[in-house]
Design a protein around this ligand. Structure first.
Ligand SMILES: Nc1nc2c(ncn2[C@H]2C[C@H](O)[C@@H](COP(=O)(O)OP(=O)(O)OP(=O)(O)O)O2)c(=O)[nH]1
Length: 197
């Protein structure tokens, strides 16, 4: 059994589907405040995802002695290294999709496992996402259908849903896009005897 330090329905679904025994606890982290402080320290998108994943896992680890606690986070970076946050409203989602249109961006999907307050495993997977050129009309119709679902997703897309229509190429694991680098995590859990080898 592991503890998932997350409120993400997508992360819970990934672990459930993979038959990983877990319970989920909310990390209770003010991510925006933490993100602001870490970015002020100059962390890039990859390091930021790793640091936030660790922060969530550490916060929950204090409450569950002896448990393997998994924290996760995703960040999205453009070619110039600038980062995109989750859309705050539908107009912001339109702005983001116009920014991503016809461009390559990277999604950084981090996972950290903490035991008794000590990080003992970490992995960040970078997925290279090529968005096809999107017309304003397509973006508007996509958000008419998808805004209520994709508003929780960094990048304004659910890759397993209509989000697939945004892309001409994806290089990396779909699991990482949906919430966490699942296969490296399963490898680690096998070494700990949480999963059968
Ligand atoms: N189903 C699905 N979810 C996605 C996709 N892309 C991103 N997400 C979700 C996974 C995460 O729940 C969320 C990324 O935001 P965060 O890493 O801040 O996690 P979140 O705040 O949702 O939960 P947490 O911080 O773990 O309690 O977006 C996708 O393509 N499909």
């Amino acid at each position: 059994m592991i503890v998932l330090a997350s409120q993400s329905a997508s992360r819970r679904a990934l672990l459930q589907a993979a038959q990983v025994p877990f319970e989920a606890l909310s990390p209770g982290v003010d991510e925006e405040a933490a993100k602001g402080a870490l970015r002020a320290d100059g962390l890039d998108a990859r390091a930021l995802a790793d640091a936030l994943a660790e922060l969530k896992a550490l916060r929950v680890s204090r409450r569950v002695a002896g448990a393997l606690v998994l924290g996760c986070d995703q960040t999205l970076s453009l070619g110039d290294g600038s980062m995109i946050d989750k859309a705050v409203d539908r107009a912001d989602a339109e702005r983001i999709l116009k920014l991503l249109s016809g461009q390559v961006h990277h999604l950084h999907s981090a996972a950290v496992i903490v035991l008794n307050g000590e990080p003992i495993w970490r992995h960040v997977e970078r997925v290279r996402m090529t968005v096809r050129p999107l017309s304003d009309e397509f973006i508007a119709s996509y958000l008419d259908r998808e805004w209520d679902e994709c508003r929780w997703c960094v990048g304004c897309y659910r890759i397993e849903g209509p989000g697939a229509q945004l892309f001409s190429r994806i290089e990396g694991s779909q699991f990482a896009i949906q919430g966490l680098p699942l296969l490296p995590l399963l490898d680690f859990l096998r070494t700990r005897g949480v999963l059968p080898s």
